[in-house]
Design a protein around this ligand. Structure first.
Ligand code: PLP
Length: 396
């Protein structure tokens, strides 16, 4: 077998979302698109704002010299400057262009952060459930993932985190609004986490970094807002993208922001820049960097996702599902009526409903619904969810 053993293992263990997506495609061929309810992928279905197309055309038509050229690995000066100016306004912090690195999406951002910070054997702590790719990203850079369960409502279990932070912990990685739960961590809990990290850094004699993965920052409901991590802990970094708020996931554009207060901030930026190059990203896509200069603060219509959230929450609650209402992102993480979430996901599959088992996110006993789909798909899926609940009750 040509493929490395570790990759073979990863291909097997990390394939839930892909498996469900492929199953959806298979079922659609048999039953037709209308009869299959595919909630497996977090691919935004709200189109990008019109301005995206207008500005992109403007940029291309200008045909300026060097339009498509290489650039410094940290990104274009005007992009870094526009991003830092916007973050100063949005999060009321004082930040300069030298603290920003343009990246290939949030995934690129997280990978350069881990490359820059992890030594072999270092631990990356994440509250569970968590975005399944984190385990692979940690492994990419010689680290190991340590998952610490959250509370029943998916808020941070700070006592458990404090207990679990050890001499090998180098990074605590949070994601808020969260994929797969939609939870937003409160400022109070993040400030407390900051105090814990200060104490632990002191006790273990090395800095523990707090990394905040924020691609859903602007997708929030009911006047919720996402606290600024830089105000909660000095040694912190943000990794994010325009994949969800501008619906541009295929364009691979995002950034890292390093807290200006962070120890060694400037050598950290140098390391992130080198990581961008040697991981083979080189730099973030240039047209997209030029585009986001013009689009700071813009977002898709979040009310569209809110409407979808409300339809699915009501439909599932009426059908007897237990769930925590998501405050942001476009995922719902209800309790599985069967203890075995994989078994319940198979029952849903028999109703042509594709969701992902919670075990795939370190959250067994639940399942994930990505409700970034047509309203009609959500509405028409409810009878199937209801029947699966009845069958689960009869199984016991
Ligand atoms: C929590 C989380 N982090 C990171 C990413 C990767 O985002 P991007 O496509 O911008 O790399 C995703 C994508 O779904 C995500 O859900």
């Amino acid at each position: 077998m040509a493929v490395a053993k570790k990759m073979l293992q990863f291909m097997e263990s990390g394939s839930w979302i892909r498996k469900m997506f492929e199953e959806g495609a298979r079922l659609k061929k048999i039953h037709g698109d209308e009869k299959v309810f595919d909630f497996s992928l977090g691919n935004p279905n709200v189109p990008p704002p019109d301005l995206v197309k207008d500005k992109l055309l403007e940029i291309i038509k200008k045909d300026a010299p060097g339009l498509h050229a290489y650039m410094p690995n940290v990104g274009l000066q005007e992009t870094r400057s526009a991003v830092s100016a916007y973050l100063c306004r949005e999060q009321c912090v004082s930040l300069a262009e030298k603290h920003i690195i343009a990246t290939c999406g949030a995934a690129g951002a997280l990978n350069i952060i881990l490359k820059a910070l992890l030594d072999p054997g270092d631990e990356l702590m994440v509250p569970a459930p968590y975005f399944v790719e984190y385990g692979f990203y940690a492994d990419n850079h010689g680290g190991t993932l340590k998952a610490v369960p959250t509370r029943d409502d998916f808020t941070l279990d700070l006592e458990a985190m404090e207990r679990e932070i050890g001499p090998k912990t180098k990074i605590v990685l949070i994601n808020s609004p969260n994929n797969p739960t939609g939870q937003i961590y409160s400022e109070e809990s993040l400030r407390e986490l900051g105090r814990i990290l200060e104490r632990k850094s002191e006790a273990f004699g090395h800095t523990i970094y707090l990394v905040s993965d924020e691609p859903y920052r602007k997708i929030v409901y009911d006047s919720c807002c996402v606290p600024c991590i830089f105000k909660c802990y000095r040694d912190s970094l943000i990794g994010t993208s325009y994949s969800k708020d501008l619906s541009l996931p295929g364009e691979r554009i995002g950034f890292v922001a390093v807290s200006p207060e962070a120890k060694d901030a400037s050598s950290l930026v140098d390391a992130l820049s080198l990581a961008n190059r040697i991981l083979g990203f080189v730099n973030a896509p240039v047209l997209m960097q030029r585009l986001v200069v013009e689009l700071q603060g813009l977002c898709v219509d979040v009310d569209i996702y809110k409407r979808k959230r409300d339809i699915i929450v009501k439909g599932l609650r009426d059908a007897g599902y237990e769930l925590t209402v998501p405050a942001g992102a476009f995922y719902l993480f209800p309790k599985s009526p069967l203890k075995d979430d994989v078994k319940f996901v198979k029952l849903l599959q028999e109703e042509n409903i594709l969701v992902v088992p919670g075990s795939g996110f370190g959250g067994p006993g639940h399942f994930r619904i990505a409700y970034c789909v047509d309203d009609r798909t959500i509405e028409n899926s409810i009878p199937g969810f209801r029947r699966a609940m009845e069958r689960a009750k009869s199984i016991g």
